[in-house]
Every structure is written in structure tokens, then in C-alpha cells.
Design a protein. Structure first.
Length: 407
């Protein structure tokens, strides 16, 4: 874009800080786009990466395997919601979703129910930027240029409209896809656990697969290891990425139940799941994924997120009464201040509210990296952030929001 500011030239990172080529230190308030969960240049992850590079950096995962991929799959199954037992590796969040959609579609084809081709998604959804992921996302300026490429889906507002749709069309539905507890790109929209538990019941009642897109919410972001735990439910397929490798290397994983897996297990090659990427199950990525799980196990990470959540609630709630603030909300390690928008952009395009770029510039001048989603300001730091560092960030957020209110 011609009016885009010059990119930030980052030369190194340590803990919650990024360092630029001109010597500035900037607190990474968005975990480098939601991926860096344990801080930059973490010594335990660095050591794991180095040790694995001495063994094998990559080998194809078609007809081959290697210990890091096997161990990571086993460790994921241990911590995931019950029943998710079969791991399929890919490269990033969008591809994890693409895999889930293809897997759900072919699941029914392999079971001789070819009529089940309909995917149901929720209003305001975002599931990625590849064609299938865009198809099940909310129609927006992100997807408009590619409208003719997208496949048709059924969109519902909530559980009531979903059940109405099920009553008439359940025999044609392949799967429902949901962002559990937190719809990120839509503006950090938060839903109660009851929504998830009722959704699981509806999918069971109408014999439909449930896909949980936990690309953002997985690995502690909402205060639980996985967002589905808030409602004590297990999806049929879960999509993982971002925090999977603690922000070190691109990697995705789509994990399914034994029932889904069994539909592909056949001597008939036509039932094969024909999907694969050159870097699937990259050993370096698997090694850092394992190191990240070790940190969760050994360093009290979930407890640390609970303390961060309490600090966010305390530090942001004071802004609720300001005239320019529409809402304040917190979930796990995510703190949100939503401004009342004066945007003339079409509905669903609040992302283009100009308050976002203005605030990003102001925060950057204060040494804090925050990229608001239009009129939605969010703070989502690495979990290693200290109480003192969090207090500093919250003081700056409070100051900027108050300054904005006084204008």
C-alpha cells in the first residue's frame, strides 16, 4: 500500500522484547502475530533446535518417519481433549484448516454418504487465507476479490439458527467449524463456555462432525491448554498451529478421532487421504514443539497465564467508563479494549477503522508493539511477561486510551 508506514527493522529478540536496527527496544504486545508464547530466543527452545539440527534437519514424511514427529504426536494426544488420537501434520494454520475440511468431506465419501457436502460456519468467522479457509470465513474485504473461487457454505448466526438448519438439512451436512471461545480476527469476540457445550450436543444429536479451529486459542491463550476445555468438550477434528512451535517455525497439525481415522483405513487406495506438503512434520519444528510442551509441563505456564489474566482484568477495567470505550473484555492472556467506532466502512469491515493505524503509531513511539484490529485494541503478550512489564504496558494503554478520549 502506498500509504503504509515503513516496516519495523527487527534484528533480534529476547524475552518479551524486540530490538530494531537503530537500537530501539520494543515490547512485543501481540506475541508477533499470536505465535510467540514463551518469549523470543528462549534458551530451552534454542537448545532443542540446535540439538535437532545436529541429527536431521528434514526428511520427507511420505514413507518415512522420525523420532521427533512420533514423540510430538504422542505428547499432543496426551494433552489434547479426550478422544483426539490421530495427528496429521501440515505447515500453518490455514493449511491445518484446509486439511480438516478435506478430511471431513472425504470422511463421509468414504462412508458412502456422498450427499454430505455442506459446511456450516458462524457469522464473523475467520479461518485463514487459503481458498477453503476463506470459504468458511465471513465474507469481507479479505475474501471479496476471490469470491468466484470460494465454495458455497451455510452460515448461521448462533445456536438457534443452527438447530433450525439442522432440522431441515442435517442429512447433507459434513461438518460445523467453530473458533472456540474467541473469534480473533473478527475483533476478539468472546463467547461463553455454554455456547460450546450446546454446540457439541447439537452436533451429536444430528450426527455431524465438529471441527474446532484452535489455531489461535490453542496452547494456553484462553487460560486453558485448549479452549475446548472451558466447556469440557472434545471436537471430532481440531486444528492447531501458531503456538504449536512457540513462534519458532511454521507448522500445523490437524488431529482427529479414531472414528474419523478409521474411515480412511482401507486396502482401497481410493480411500487414501491424498494431502501432503514438502515440510510436513519437519524435524526441527517437531523438536521445538516438544520443547514448548516441556516448558508448559515444567514451568507453571498455565498458572502464569492465570496471573496475567487477573492483571489484565484489573488494569483494563478502569477504562470501561470512558466515553470513547464501547467494551472491555479479558480471556486468559488476551485483554481487549473496543472503541466506539465512527467508521463509515460497511458492516463487517470495522478492521478498516482508521483509529487502528493511529493507535499503532502512538504505541510504537512509546516502545510497545500493538496492531489494533480496526477499532479493537488488544494486548496479547508472550506468557513470560513479568508483572512489572505487564504493569508498564497497561499504564501505557491506559494513558493512550485516556488521551484519545480527551480529543
Amino acid at each position: 500500500m502506498l500509504n503504509q508506514p515503513p516496516p519495523l527493522a527487527v534484528v533480534r529478540g529476547e524475552g518479551v522484547y524486540l530490538y530494531t536496527d537503530d537500537g530501539k527496544r520494543i515490547l512485543d504486545g501481540i506475541s508477533s502475530w499470536w505465535v510467540n508464547i514463551h518469549g523470543h530466543s528462549h534458551p530451552k527452545i534454542n537448545a532443542a533446535l540446535s540439538a535437532q539440527a545436529e541429527q536431521i534437519e528434514h526428511v520427507l514424511f511420505a514413507g518415512c518417519t522420525h523420532p521427533p514427529a512420533v514423540e510430538l504426536a504422542e505428547r499432543l494426544v496426551e494433552v489434547l481433549p479426550q478422544g483426539l488420537s490421530r495427528v496429521f501434520y501440515s505447515d500453518n494454520g490455514s493449511t491445518a484448516v484446509e486439511v480438516a475440511l478435506k478430511m471431513a468431506w472425504q470422511y463421509w465419501q468414504n462412508r458412502d454418504q456422498e450427499q454430505r457436502t455442506d459446511f456450516i460456519c458462524f457469522d464473523d468467522a475467520y479461518h485463514g487465507d487459503t481458498v477453503g479457509a476463506m470459504s468458511v470465513s465471513e465474507a469481507s474485504s479479505f475474501t471479496d476479490p476471490f469470491r468466484s473461487l470460494l465454495f458455497p457454505v451455510s452460515r448461521v448466526e448462533g445456536l438457534e439458527t443452527l438447530e433450525t438448519y439442522f432440522k431441515e438439512h442435517s442429512s447433507t451436512v459434513a461438518a460445523v467449524i467453530v473458533e472456540p471461545m474467541l473469534q480473533g480476527v473478527a475483533g476478539m469476540i468472546m463467547r461463553p463456555p455454554e455456547f460450546l457445550s450446546e454446540l457439541r450436543k447439537l452436533c451429536d444429536r444430528y450426527d455431524t462432525l465438529l471441527i474446532a479451529d484452535e489455531v489461535l486459542t490453542g496452547f494456553g491463550r484462553t487460560g486453558r491448554m485448549f479452549a475446548c476445555e472451558h466447556a469440557n468438550i472434545s471436537p471430532d477434528i481440531i486444528c492447531l498451529s501458531k503456538g504449536l512451535t512457540a513462534g519458532y517455525l511454521p507448522m500445523g497439525a490437524t488431529v482427529a478421532t479414531e472414528s474419523v481415522y478409521a474411515s480412511f483405513l482401507s486396502e482401497d487406495r481410493k480411500k487414501t487421504f491424498f494431502h501432503g506438503h514438502s515440510y510436513c512434520a519437519n524435524p526441527l519444528a517437531c523438536a521445538v514443539g516438544l520443547a514448548s510442551l516441556d516448558i508448559f509441563r515444567d514451568d507453571g505456564v498455565i498458572e502464569r497465564i492465570a496471573r496475567l489474566e487477573a492483571q489484565l482484568v484489573s488494569g483494563l477495567s478502569v477504562l470501561r467508563e470512558l466515553p470513547n470505550v464501547g467494551d472491555v473484555r479479558v480471556l486468559g492472556g488476551v485483554g481487549v479494549v473496543e472503541f466506539k467506532s465512527n467508521s463509515s466502512s460497511p458492516a463487517g469491515d470495522g478492521y478498516f477503522d482508521q483509529i487502528g493505524p493511529r493507535l499503532a503509531k502512538i504505541f510504537l513511539e512509546r516502545g510497545l508493539l500493538i496492531r489494533p484490529l480496526g477499532n479493537v485494541l488488544y494486548f496479547m503478550p508472550p506468557y513470560v511477561i513479568s508483572d512489572k512489564q505487564t504493569s508498564w504496558a497497561l499504564e501505557n494503554i491506559q494513558a493512550v486510551v485516556r488521551e484519545t478520549a480527551s480529543r
